[in-house]
Design a protein around this ligand. Structure first.
Ligand SMILES: NC(=O)c1ccc[n+]([C@@H]2O[C@H](COP(=O)([O-])OP(=O)(O)OC[C@H]3O[C@@H](n4cnc5c(N)ncnc54)[C@H](O)[C@@H]3O)[C@@H](O)[C@H]2O)c1
Length: 401
């Protein structure tokens, strides 16, 4: 099949590379440098499996900035453009999805469009009402950054949602089934669960899944806040709690807060979708993350007491070890709070090519970083801090997640 993928980020590029083994895929982006890299067999994102497949060649994949041409030739357009949270509107900014829909409707109104971007609950249905001539589906994406292709090769489930009451009802149901089968065919999990449901429910699945993950992180973080405040050993409590198989010993490692591109924005979006619906937990999930960062920042300030002109070393701006970007990482929330207190900071971030980050000096020299930091904060532990363990503040107790 001729497929166009709009957006060559984590979601778009992993799907393009996945499908280009069997299908003819054109990846579209507005950023020329990303397109050039892909056409040279290199990846604009860090993901071992994607890099491997691109370097190996043998894929029917090309990248372009000529969106109209790509969409005109495609039977299927997968939309994987960003949907950032707009704090003023209190809602996702979906304009990049609509840009693609409008271009496709101009260039090739017959094409089926599958929205893979995360959108507000009810969005695809509303879009169908706005563009009744559009053949739209929504398929939630569950991949993790850094393991994008791996997660599409080993999906936990594949879901596609069909809007109701469109002119193409029967056709869209068949195309949704075809889409989940197509992804399953490329995966290495023959028994993977495939669900075709209504689009609005599929959108809800995505936001409820991510908000549950945020809730779980927030829960173990609040457990840790309690233990720290009362002088208890968090590790012992977590181990004891998690031996109950209903709770499970996964995804329970304390941190400075949940972060990354998706959990903060998806939980805020779900909270916004609750307008006029009674709830307590959704608000708590969002607010717990602020409270946690306030607590961590206060702990850091407390540890600095008595030090003359201290410098706080910030070990990595990434959210997790292995990540290649700093989007909404929780350590930045700690930095903002320390900055408000006038505390000097020094950042060690080897992937950052600028001399300062929001007013704090940046170094690539780990040894001078260690020497010049009175205290080092690290959201995730790394063995390269082993020789200065005594001055590292981290809540990473299990060295994972
Ligand atoms: N990153 C994740 O782990 C993840 C997981 C699941 C779902 N999602 C969702 O998927 C969507 C994409 O996320 P991502 O992390 O891949 O984003 P990204 O920022 O890594 O990539 C998006 C790409 O789209 C391009 N783009 C913007 N406007 C465009 C347009 N009009 N036409 C073509 N390309 C355009 C950008 O240049 C960028 O390269 C978001 O809605 C996100 O919430 C992300």
């Amino acid at each position: 099949m001729n497929i166009a993928v709009a957006g060559t980020g984590y979601v778009g590029l992993s799907l393009a590379v996945l499908l280009a083994k069997t299908h003819s895929v054109v990846a579209v982006d507005v950023v020329e440098s990303k397109v050039d890299l892909i056409n040279r067999g290199a990846s604009p994102i860090r993901d071992e499996l994607i890099e491997g497949r691109l370097a190996e060649g043998g894929l029917d994949l090309r990248a372009t900035t000529d969106a109209e041409d790509a969409y005109a030739r495609a039977e299927l357009v997968i939309i994987a453009t960003p949907t950032n949270y707009d704090p003023k509107l209190n809602y996702f900014d979906t304009r990049h999805v609509e840009e693609v829909v409008e271009l496709v409707l101009d260039a090739n109104p017959q094409a089926v469009m599958v929205i893979k971007s995360t959108v507000p609950v009810g969005y695809t249905q509303r879009l169908c009402e706005q563009y009744p001539q559009a053949r739209l589906l929504f398929s939630p994406e569950f991949l993790r950054e850094g393991r994008a292709l791996y997660d599409n090769l080993h999906p936990s489930r594949i879901i596609c949602g069909v809007p109701r009451d469109t002119a193409f009802d029967g056709e869209l149901l068949a195309r949704a089934q075809e889409f989940v089968d197509m992804l399953a065919h490329e995966a290495e999990e023959p028994e993977v669960e495939r669900l075709v449901m209504r689009a609005t429910e599929a959108e809800a699945v995505k936001l409820f899944a991510n908000t549950y993950l945020a809730l779980r992180v927030a829960y173990f973080n609040e457990l840790d806040t309690y233990a720290e405040s009362r002088g208890l050993d968090t590790e012992q409590i977590v181990r004891g709690v998690c031996l109950d198989p209903r709770i499970g010993a996964h995804y329970n490692n304390p941190s400075f807060g949940y972060g990354g591109y998706c959990l903060p924005k998806d939980s805020k979006q779900l909270l916004a979708n609750y307008e006029n619906v009674p709830q307590n937990l959704m608000t708590a999930v969002v607010e717990a993350n602020r409270t946690r960062k306030d607590f961590v920042a206060e702990e850091v300030v407390r540890l600095l007491e008595g030090l003359d002109n201290p410098t706080v070393g910030v070990y990595r701006l990434t959210m997790k070890s292995g990540s290649d970007n700093f989007r909404s990482s929780s350590i930045q929330g700690i930095m903002r709070r320390l900055q408000e207190r006038g505390i000097t900071m020094l950042v060690y971030e080897p992937t950052l090519g600028q001399p300062d980050y929001y007013g704090s000096a940046v170094t690539h020299d780990l040894e001078s970083f260690k020497r010049n930091s009175s205290l080092i904060i690290a959201n995730r532990w790394s063995d390269e801090l082993g020789d200065v363990r005594g001055k590292v503040y981290t809540r990473d107790l299990f060295f994972r997640d």
